[in-house]
Design a protein around this ligand. Structure first.
Ligand SMILES: Cc1cc2nc3c(=O)[nH]c(=O)nc-3n(C[C@H](O)[C@H](O)[C@H](O)COP(=O)(O)OP(=O)(O)OC[C@H]3O[C@@H](n4cnc5c(N)ncnc54)[C@H](O)[C@@H]3O)c2cc1C
Length: 248
């Protein structure tokens, strides 16, 4: 199976997020970037498919040169080769428009993405790519097997799970459950060394299709100081909940 795993390059979950002074973009100063956690589940599942039945696993990122260390990490984990589409990923539609040309040209059997990127949390790219290619799409996928060109996928739905079938080629947006956290692979020394010589191809942007423009980012309001109420003063508690917190 020829598999493509789409890798989003995101701030480490422990990063303190700041915005530039005009409030229009993320201030990346001092931020450590990592593989989007949902994409790590996707990559590990892709490697399992390859180890079981052969084939290849390519990783792709739509981004500038600063994302290459993230792609090299995916190579160290076990991907065969990497592609960087040289474009600023300014919104979900821009990313999807860049990906579809590669996917159609290279004729992948299976494209696995994460359910969402943990930076902008758009949850847009997988559905857009599937719609633009007119391919089957399974979102929030927590389990997947492929036999004879047909995928059986389990996806999370409100209060339960749904099992669906689709013929390859298809797009899957995965999350924990595709594999478990304990199955994620930490690159070992050999992987890091071989990743340096694995191919990382840079291809030019084919589209400038941007559908949205960020006007402003705002941080959530800070938490208010804690107010202590005497345990025998129910009236004061009710008054605070009603008039200040507006909770009752
Ligand atoms: C300089 C810069 C400016 C940006 N400005 C904005 C902005 O103004 N507004 C905004 O919303 N976002 C902005 N972004 C973020 C960028 O738009 C997102 O990477 C892109 O929109 C996809 O985000 P999403 O949250 O919709 O992805 P989702 O749909 O949540 O991602 C789901 C999956 O799609 C795949 N995917 C997502 N992004 C990529 C990618 N780049 N390459 C390969 N696979 C990918 C991954 O598998 C991911 O798990 C900016 C990024 C940069 C570097």
């Amino acid at each position: 199976m020829k598999i493509l795993v789409c890798i989003s390059h995101v701030p480490d979950t422990t990063s303190k997020i700041q915005f530039t002074s005009d409030g229009k973009s993320l201030d990346t100063t001092g931020i450590q970037f990592v593989i989007n956690p949902y994409d790590e589940f996707a990559l590990t599942r892709a490697l399992w498919f390859k180890e079981k039945e052969g084939g290849s696993v390519t990783v792709v990122n739509v981004g500038k040169a600063n994302t290459e260390p993230t792609l090299r990490k995916a190579l160290a984990i076990g991907a065969d080769d990497a592609i960087r589409i040289d474009a600023e990923p300014t919104d979900g539609f821009a990313v999807a428009s860049e990906l579809i040309s590669l996917i159609a040209t290279e004729k992948y059997d299976l494209v696995i993405m994460g359910r969402e990127s943990i930076d902008y949390n758009g949850t847009q790219v997988p559905g857009m790519v599937a719609a633009l290619l007119d391919w089957p799409f399974v979102n929030a996928c927590v389990g997947m097997e492929v036999e004879g060109g047909v995928a059986t996928c389990i996806r999370e739905i409100d209060g339960g799970k749904e099992t669906v079938k689709a013929s390859l080629p298809m797009i899957v947006a995965g999350q924990k459950g595709l594999v478990e956290e304990k199955d994620l692979r930490i690159p070992n020394m050999r992987g890091i060394m071989t990743a340096r010589t694995k191919p990382l191809k840079v291809i030019p942007s084919i589209s400038n299709e941007v559908a949205t423009e960020a006007i402003k980012f705002e941080r959530p309001a800070g938490k208010q100081a804690c107010k202590m109420v005497s345990s025998d003063d129910v009236k004061a508690l009710v008054d605070l909940l009603h008039n200040e917190a507006k909770a009752i």
